[in-house]
Design a protein around this ligand. Structure first.
Ligand code: SAM
Length: 237
C-alpha cells in the first residue's frame, strides 16, 4: 500500500515517519509513505498555492490547479500496467464524513491513498466536488491543517495491515462473536477490551486498593475469553 500525502508542510511528517513501528514496517516494504510538497506543482516562480477568496473575506484559499496536477501525477505513478490500482483520493475538511474504525478497515484494503491536506481558510470547493473520492473529517472541531488528520489515517489504517504491529492474532481474535461464530461485522468496528498488568492490587494510599479483575487472574482461558468478549465494544457499524 502507498500513502501519498500532499501538503505545504512536508517537514511535519519527518519524525512521524521515523517512529519505530512505522519505520520498521516501511523498511520491510509492507507500505510506503510518500510526502509531497504541493509547491512542487505550482507554476510561478514564487510557488504560489493560495489566492484571495472570491467574494472577499479574511484569509487565503488553496488553489485547485496545483492540487489537480499533483493528484494526476501521483495516480499515474502508482498505476500498474497489469491491473487496476485500487486507489482513493481523500480530502480533509471539517465538513466531511466522520472518520471511524470501520472506514479504517475499508481503507486498509486499498493499494493507494492520496491525501490532500488543507491549510489557511481551506481549499477551493471544486477539489471537493470534482477531484476527491471522499471528504473526511476527524471530528467536530477545526484544526489549522490536514496534516494531523493524515497521520491519524496512516496510524489507524497501517495497524490493521498484517505484519505491522507484530500481533497477527489481534485480527483473528475479533473474528469471533459472542456465540463463538466467525462474525466479520464485528471486526469492522470493534474496540478491544481494557487491559491490566502487574501489580494485581495497587495501593495509592493506606487502606485503598485498586484491583485488577479476578477473571483475568484466574488462569481459566474460558473465563478470560468471556471477560474479553463482555468488555469489548462495537464502536461503529
Ligand atoms: N473554514 C475552513 C473550513 O471550514 O474548511 C477551515 C479550514 S482549516 C483552518 C484548514 C484545513 O485544516 C482544512 O482545509 C482541512 O484540510 C483541515 N482540517 C481542519 N479541521 C479538520 C477536521 N476536523 N477534520 C479534517 N480536516 C480538518
Amino acid at each position: 500500500m502507498i500513502f501519498d500525502v500532499i501538503t505545504i508542510f512536508p517537514e511535519l511528517f519527518e519524525p512521524f515517519c521515523n517512529e519505530s513501528l512505522i519505520k520498521r514496517a516501511k523498511k520491510k516494504g509492507i507500505f510506503d509513505i510518500r510526502v509531497h510538497n504541493l509547491r512542487d506543482w505550482a507554476d510561478d516562480k514564487h510557488k504560489t498555492v493560495d489566492e484571495k477568496p472570491f467574494g472577499g473575506g479574511l484569509g487565503m484559499v488553496m488553489k485547485i490547479e496545483p492540487i489537480y496536477k499533483a493528484v494526476q501525477e501521483l495516480k499515474s505513478e502508482a498505476r500498474s500496467p497489469k491491473s487496476e490500482t485500487n486507489s482513493k483520493i481523500i480530502l480533509f475538511t471539517p465538513r466531511g464524513k466522520k472518520f471511524t474504525q470501520k472506514k479504517a478497515y475499508e481503507f486498509s484494503k486499498l493499494d493507494q491513498i492520496i491525501m490532500i491536506c488543507g491549510r489557511y481558510e481551506g481549499i477551493d470547493e471544486r477539489v471537493a466536488r470534482y477531484i476527491a473520492d471522499e471528504k473526511i473529517s476527524i471530528g467536530d472541531y477545526v484544526l489549522m491543517g490536514g496534516e494531523l488528520p493524515a497521520m491519524i489515517i496512516i496510524e489507524t489504517v497501517t495497524r490493521l495491515i498484517p505484519g505491522v504491529i507484530g500481533k497477527p492474532e489481534f485480527l483473528a481474535q475479533h473474528l469471533i462473536s459472542k456465540k463463538g461464530e466467525a462474525c466479520p461485522e464485528l471486526v469492522e468496528g470493534f474496540l478491544e477490551h481494557p487491559q491490566y498488568t502487574r501489580p494485581e492490587v495497587f495501593e495509592p494510599a493506606p487502606g485503598i486498593q485498586w484491583k485488577a479483575p479476578k477473571a483475568l487472574l484466574s488462569g481459566d482461558h474460558k473465563k478470560i475469553g468471556e471477560w474479553h468478549n463482555k468488555h469489548g465494544k462495537i464502536i461503529s457499524k
